[in-house]
Design a protein around this ligand. Structure first.
Ligand code: SF4
Ligand code: SF4
Length: 186
């Protein structure tokens, strides 16, 4: 006799079915009853993407590189986010701001290249916490699916938030609830 791991095992009923049982009528009716009972319950599914489920207040999604109210990039390429990242998902190259570029970059140094590998990222949010310039945050957007690995390496151009003056509508959409949250905390 084989050893049982639990005492929950039930012996299989191998009795031949009667004629009435072989029609499965009672089982079909039982199944229909289960289906009908769910018709009148609250739906637990959402018609994504038209309908989105409410996120938790601490949901962490796709990263956004932030700009200030004049549209200048906040990031000063200090590298603290990359150092804090436990998944080594962030790479960047720093560059010096040139005279005449003050309207583009807030600090004297900026990230000429900034990449996040979303296949490595574990959405822990440590990059956001490490940043001293409010230059990166995790938004309420999912990282979209892709067919190729390269599509998950997000360059700076894809991470950067739209310009708050030149692309106001897109900027407001990208900021979303964060604006409301920030206003509440200010
Ligand atoms: S969320 Fe975490 S894992 Fe992802 S890039 Fe930021 S620090 Fe790295
Ligand atoms: S995002 Fe923040 S922490 Fe990362 S390099 Fe830019 S300024 Fe530094």
């Amino acid at each position: 006799m084989s050893t049982q791991l639990t005492n929950r095992a039930l012996p299989v009923d191998r009795k031949p079915m009667t004629f009435v049982e072989s029609l499965y009528l009672w089982n079909i009716l039982k199944g229909m009853g289960v289906t009908l009972s769910h018709f009148f319950r609250k739906k637990v599914t959402y018609n994504f993407p038209e309908q989105k489920r409410p996120f938790s207040k601490v949901f962490r999604g796709l990263h956004v590189l932030n700009r200030d109210e004049e549209g200048r990039e906040n990031c000063t390429a200090c590298g603290l986010c990359a150092v804090a990242c436990p998944a080594e998902a962030i790479t960047m190259e720093a560059a010096e701001r040139l005279p005449g570029e003050e309207h583009l970059y807030r600090e004297e140094k900026y990230a000429a290249k900034y990449e996040i590998n979303m296949l490595r990222c574990i959405f822990c949010g440590l990059c956001e916490e490490a940043c001293p310039k409010d230059a990166i945050y995790l938004s309420e957007t999912f990282a979209p699916a892709n067919y190729g690995r390269k599509g998950f390496i997000y360059p700076k151009e894809e991470l950067l938030i739209p310009h708050p003056i030149n692309e106001k509508e897109a900027y407001d959409k990208a900021v979303g609830d964060r604006k409301i949250k920030n206003n509440k905390t200010n």
